[in-house]
Design a protein around this ligand. Sequence first.
Ligand code: AMP
Ligand code: GLY
Length: 421
Amino acid sequence: MNILILGSGGREHSLAWAIKQNPKCDRLIVAPGNAGTAQIAQNAALDILDGDAVARFAEENAIDLVVIGPEAPMAAGVSDTLRAAGITTFGPSAAAAQLEASKTFTKEVCDAAGAPTAAWKRFEEAEAAKAYVTEQGAPIVIKADGLAAGKGVVVASTVTEAHAALDDMFGGAFGEAGASVVIEECMFGEEASFFVLSDGKSILPIGTAQDHKRAFDGDKGPNTGGMGAYSPAPCLTPAIQHQVLSEIVQPTIDEMAKRCTPFEGVLYVGLMIEETGRARLIEYNVRFGDPETQVLMMRLGGQVLDLIQACAETRLTEMQVNWADDHALTIVMAANGYPGDYEKGSVISGLEALPQDSGAMTFHAGTTAQDEQITATGGRVLNVTARAETLAAAQKRAYALADQIEWPEGFYRRDIGWRAL
Ligand code: AMP
Ligand code: GLY
C-alpha cells in the first residue's frame, strides 16, 4: 500500500512510525512532514488545506490511503474532496468535523443523543450573556463557539472574570469564532481522553490517555497544546469506559448517522470523570490528540494501519485491537518562551545516540533538517517517548532519554505522569 499522511507534528511522526512497521506499507509520504518524518518516510511540500492539490498529488503518486492528522484540513473539506475523487481517506467530512469546529453543534447533537455533558446556553450578544452569568454565578465556563486554536475556553472562577471573557470574545479577540459564545456549567473531577474509531456506524476504542495542558511543573503557567501524556489513563476504568461508549460515543455516532453526516475517523472524547464515578463529555475533537497519539502509537505499533484502513473502508466490525499490558509516556520538549514568543533556528544535538525501537522513540514536531543538523522551528519541538511494563518505569526511561538531549534553548516539565503515579 502507498500511504499519504497529512500534517507535520509529533502526532504525524508517530503515526508514520507505527504505520511503517506494518508489512503492508510499501511507500509512505508525509506532507509537509518534519525532520523526523524525513528519516522514515518521504516528505512532500503540499498545501494540505487545498483538497484539489492533495487529490491530484494522491493520484499522481498512486496513493491507496490518505490519513489526515490535524483538524484544519478536515474542517476545510479535504476529506470530502478526496472521497469524491475515489481516494480512500481516514478523516471525517467537513460536516462531521463540526463536532470539533462548533461547540453549539456538539451540544445540540449531545442533547439529541441524550449524551451526558455540561448544561449550556448559547448567546450572540454580550448583555444577555452577562446577565445569564450574573444569574448563574461562578465558577462558570465561557467558550467561543468556533475553532480558536484551543484558546477559546475560559473557566472563570468569578463573575467578574466571566464578564471580562465575554467582553473579549464579543469584542473580537477570536474573530468569527467568538461571534457566538456558549456558556456552560462548570464540571469537576479528573480529566481523561478516550480515543475511539468509527466508520460511521460501528465504534472501536483504541486507547485512553491523559495529558498535561499547562506549561510548567505542578500544572502551573499558561495553557499549551499539551506538554506530555501517558497511556493508559488509570481513572478511565473498564466500567467507566463501558459507560462512555454506551451513553456518549455510540449515541453520538448514531445521531450523526441519522443526520446524514456520519462520523468516519477517530473521535477524541474529552471526559470529566466526576466524583460519582461517572463520566460526562467535555468536548469532542475529530482527530488524534497531540501528544496523546505519540503514546497510543507506541502501544499499538503496526496494527494501527489495519485499524485505520478498516475504519476508512467501513469494515470496523471485523477488527479487534491486540492490547499489551503496557504503559507509555511522552515528554514534550518545547522552545523557551512557548506558548508565547520563541526563537527559531537553534540547534539540537544528542539525538543520534538515542535508541529508536519499540520501547523508546523521540518523535519530532517542530524540527527541520539543515546542513546535517536538526534545528528547532516550532513551539513544541520533540516528544521523548518510552514504553514499559509500568508507568513509573516508562517515566524513568523517558526522562533518562530527555536528559541526554542537548538543547539549551528548550525546556520540558519534570513531572509528566504525576497524577497517575
Ligand atoms: P476545550 O477547549 O473544550 O477542551 O476546553 C479546554 C479545557 O477547559 C478543558 O480541557 C477543561 O479543562 C476545561 N473545561 C471545558 N469545559 C469545561 C466544563 N464545562 N467544566 C469544567 N472544565 C471545563
Ligand atoms: N493535546 C490536546 C489536543 O490534541 O487537542
